[in-house]
Design a protein around this ligand. Sequence first.
Ligand SMILES: *Cc1c(COP(=O)(O)O)cnc(C)c1O
Length: 380
Amino acid sequence: MELTEYIGSLKTPCYYYDIALLRKTLETVTGELKKYKDYQVHYAIKANANPVLLKLIASYGLGADCVSGNEIQRAIECGFPPEKIVYAGVGKSDWEIETALNNNIFCFNCESVPEIEIINEIAARMNKKARIALRINPNIDAHTHQYITTGTEESKFGIYIYDIEKVIALLKTCNSLELIGLHFHVGSQITEMEVFQKLSETANDIQQQLAKEEIELGHINFGGGLGIDYQSPYNEPIADFANYFATFADYFEQQAGQKVHFELGRAIIAHCGDLISKVLYVKESRTKKFAVLDAGMNDLLRPALYQAFHKIENISSDKPEEIYDVVGPICESSDFFGKNIRMNAVSRGDIVVVHTAGAYGETMSSRYNLRELPLSYFSE
Ligand SMILES: *Cc1c(COP(=O)(O)O)cnc(C)c1O
């Protein structure tokens, strides 16, 4: 069966994942990693936690970056070894901390003084030692949408750079903690490599400062954030991993024996997923044509949440192009996938593909309006 025909036969709305592309992406990532000593990627589970995809990603030897207790459990169920699991988040509940300790994960990425105190307390009670890294907020602007900027002083994330000394002093009193590294994550969909250059230079400074106090850092974790091309999904289906890792190799002063970690989500999984929907109605006002889809913001929230752009295509028609607002059925004005979108003239029943929806698509889906969760299908 031809791909278009196959996609047309799926129950919509649904996600369709191109497994061959995911494999190729993972081969590219692991190939690039091999060029450097002790570079390692932890896949950010929150980008897409579908078990089929997670099992495949784990099979390439990647670790997992988790932001909740359930993500830790899902990662382990899908084959990520606990010694390759890291756990970040500004609000870790006690049971989540216990889950992480019970599973002996590699590292907690700690985001505040009170969190450090609680992890120390819980670890002491459980007779365990928690390995921690300090998530530093380096006050670097990621030049991306404000809702996915995380590394500036205005944001809730991380330990503010001017508090490091205070935290180091605190750690001397925490007998159930072991400081093993530093962590950063300054934002997502970052396309300017200068941001990662700046981040490397900031890490160099902090590392030097801590070396004076004889604090050795076994690893530095630079988080994720590598941006991708949402405009032309067919041109650049694999992110520029080569340039990304090379930027850190050029600017970060890796110490002897030190490991360098990354937490990529979007760049690994976004391109391999599309949201597939059917046109329910074409509705016209005096000024606009609306293509009303059977998919809504509950299936893919990114346009409503971040004003995100997704390429939209009508794969059922080769009629001349017209201009549409592509909207969903949900009772919210922000329930649209794109405005003034040019696509082949649409009729009821046509299949409309919202491209590059593999990251932060399915994981953010909800049952708002009591709709069903979107299904998922795989190319193999
Ligand atoms: C979301 C997140 C990531 C992944 O970001 P991408 O932009 O998808 O690469 C990595 N680390 C942390 C701590 C995160 O919160």
